[in-house]
Write a protein that binds this ligand. Structure first.
Ligand SMILES: CC(C)=CCC/C(C)=C/CC/C(C)=C/CC/C(C)=C/[C@@H]1[C@@H](COP(=O)(O)OP(=O)(O)O)[C@]1(C)CC/C=C(\C)CC/C=C(\C)CCC=C(C)C
Length: 610
């Protein structure tokens, strides 16, 4: 009996697994734990007979004085533990690096894939087939190539199977998110192996190996073994993610999906014929997530913490809100902007036509969208999950956009600007329309996807808190954008506050009062900063009223933490603005931003505390 092999775990594998667990714990979803457990079971059951065969054949040996003693099918317990811990470590690296991935956008089929990509998939299949054949050839031949042959003949069929099913999907994923979780643990295990073999913890018998060392005493077979097993783990995880993405993305194929899909459901997803995929929906999701990523870093990061279908629907809701806001905002004339609002209203009328007319209206809705909206906006309108959302907040959101139009009188942006935000009540009404509505809509999606059914009065309390939180976020938004808005002749600071602030710089005010025109002329002046801080105080007051209620969001479905992250990531912009107190951000002088590392910290911390 000896401790050498156990010490390899105590010194090298367990601490790394512990560190990864500590970093990832707040980010791990039930699905993450489920897929890691599934992979461990699969890795264990597939590696055990193979490893046992190697030990029986004395290709691998373990000196008795290097191991604790207990064995199963001749395999020492330390080795059995290796199957588990290696799979766990590689899975954790994969999950960590793939947290931001929005997998539905990578679903694809032959019709949707470029010929070059299909060629690479076939090339991979051919290469793996050749490696399998070569592996069997080496095993049959015996002698020095035996161990390498056994590795290839064992690992490559699994790789071929997963590559065949998931190759096109995998080729769409960002390469680093696949390569790094393979390479980092592989190189780490190579170093561990170098130490272990150097100490004689385990040995490969000399007649069955090529005798080539990659570096030090790391044999080529050991290097290939760790690389191949990590490739298998990552391919397995990719297959799982693809299966999960299929069941979450296509309600038409999978009408009811639990928040954590069962293993059999994921398998159904994996084996669903890709020709059945609704590729138009996938393309719409690609557009939506691209829009979210480019327009809101806070919500993009927050979205990655939401589970399954809820994440998809939130991304779609964001996309709709952004498209609608941009159509109105970017219209060249007020008449054109009003026209967009009319069209969006008609769109909602059609989308919410009564059930009796539903099938006819679905058809006419798509036709209406195609006829009236630009190509770039269509998928956002077609994919909005209206069946899960009440219509009132959506109509009210359009009323909010109308308020934006009252900054311009008449036709053309050149006419003198108007300032509709006269006082704090109007500001609140505006925030209510453009942001409380959004908070409420987010919450209805949460209610829909939640397994926990809330009583109507509990829902009402949460909806009220979401509306209040909408005020807070909108005030932060306005406080951040004073300069950007001024460049568009818009001042959302209440005119009554400006009056209180004085002295202004405008000649017509005689230097006594601050006016919206003064802010447009010089949004960097001290008075604007004072009012920014006043608005932030109001934002944090509303936040303070709403935030404690978030503790009562049921956490059974893993949505409380993500909702808090969404809110806190945005409020962090307000905290940055408070800290900077008017000193412009060096990276973006017009618009304060939260540095990436700080955003990640906010997300991590709030998930840990939720
Ligand atoms: C995680 C995730 C993907 C969330 C999506 C949230 C979502 C649907 C946001 C819509 C954003 C949008 C474009 C709305 C149009 C009107 C508008 C501009 C509103 C302002 C948002 C700012 O977005 P952004 O910074 O991208 O816009 P600009 O660059 O300024 O053009 C708002 C500030 C409103 C945001 C309000 C919310 C997200 C509501 C917050 C409340 C909750 C999440 C509910 C919390 C629950 C409880 C119980 C308190």
């Amino acid at each position: 009996m000896g401790w050498d092999y156990a010490l390899v775990h105590i010194k090298f594998t367990i601490p790394l697994a512990g560190l990864l667990t500590a970093v990832l714990k707040p980010l791990l979803t039930r699905t993450d734990l489920y897929k890691t457990s599934a992979l461990i079971v699969i890795a264990f059951t597939s590696a055990l007979p193979w490893d046992s065969y190697l030990v029986h054949q004395r290709i691998w040996t373990y000196p008795e004085d290097a191991i604790l003693g207990p064995r199963f099918l001749k395999v020492p317990v330390e080795e059995l533990f290796f199957f588990v811990i290696q799979t766990y470590i590689t899975s954790m690296f994969y999950i960590l690096l793939n947290k931001p991935s929005f997998h539905p956008q990578y679903l694809t089929n032959r019709a949707d894939s470029a010929p070059g990509v299909q060629f690479v998939r076939r090339l991979g299949q051919s290469a793996l087939t050749v490696l399998i054949a070569y592996g069997f050839y080496l095993v049959r031949k015996g002698g020095e190539g035996t161990y390498l042959g056994l590795i290839l003949a064992w690992a490559c069929p699994f790789a071929l199977l997963t590559w065949t099913f998931s190759g096109l999907f995998l080729l769409r994923l960002p390469a680093a998110r696949i390569a790094l979780p393979i390479l980092i643990p592989t190189v780490y295990l190579w170093l561990v192996d170098e130490l272990a073999l150097g100490r004689g913890t385990w040995a490969i018998e000399s007649g069955t190996k090529l005798g080539i060392c990659i570096f030090g005493s790391l044999e080529i077979e050991e290097a290939v073994f760790f690389l191949a097993t990590n490739v298998l783990v990552v391919l397995g995880l990719v297959a799982f993610d693809r299966g999960t993405a299929v069941v979450n993305t296509f309600p038409g194929l999978f009408p009811e999906v639990p928040a954590t899909p069962t293993f059999s459901l994921v398998l159904k997803g994996v084996f669903t014929n890709p020709s059945k995929y609704d590729i138009a929906r996938v393309r719409g999701l690609r557009d939506s997530v691209k829009r979210l990523k480019s327009k809101s870093r806070s919500f993009y990061l927050a979205s990655s913490t939401f589970p399954g279908r809820l994440r998809i629907d939130l991304v779609l809701l964001y996309s709709f809100c952004r498209v609608a806001d941009d159509l109105v905002d970017e219209a060249r004339t007020q008449a054109a902007a009003l026209d967009w609002i009319d069209k969006l209203t008609k769109y909602l009328d059609l989308a919410y036509a009564s059930d009796a007319k539903a099938s006819a209206s679905t058809h006419s809705l798509a036709g209406y969208i195609d006829k009236n909206f630009p190509e770039s906006a269509r998928s956002a309108l077609k994919l909005l999950p209206t069946s899960l959302l009440p219509k009132e907040p959506l109509y009210e959101l359009l009323e909010g956009f109308k308020m934006d139009l009252s900054f311009t009188q008449g036709d053309g942006r050149k006419s003198s600007p108007q300032f509709p935000i006269k006082d704090e009540q109007t500001l609140e009404l505006y925030a209510h329309r453009v942001a409380s509505t959004v908070g409420e809509l987010c919450l209805w999606l949460v209610f829909h996807h939640s397994q926990t059914r809330l009583a109507p009065d509990q829902q009402a309390v949460l909806v009220a808190a979401a509306r209040t939180m909408g005020h807070a976020l909108q005030y932060v938004n306005i406080a951040r954008d004073i300069k950007v808005d001024a460049a568009m002749n818009r001042v959302y600071l209440p005119t009554s506050w400006l009056k209180e602030e004085g002295p202004g710089q405008g000649p017509d005010q005689g230097g006594l009062r601050l006016t919206p025109e003064d802010i447009i002329r010089n949004p960097d002046q001290a008075g604007a900063e004072t009012l920014r801080q006043r608005l932030l105080d109001l934002a944090f007051r509303e936040y303070g009223r709403s935030r404690p209620v978030m503790g009562s969001i049921p956490d059974g479905d893993g949505v409380r933490g993500p909702l808090i992250v969404a809110v806190e990531s945005y409020m962090e912009i307000g905290r940055v603005l408070r800290e900077r107190a008017g000193v412009p951000c060096p990276k973006n002088p017009d618009r304060a931003t939260v540095p990436r590392s700080r955003r990640i910290w906010v997300a991590w911390k709030n998930l840990a505390l939720a």
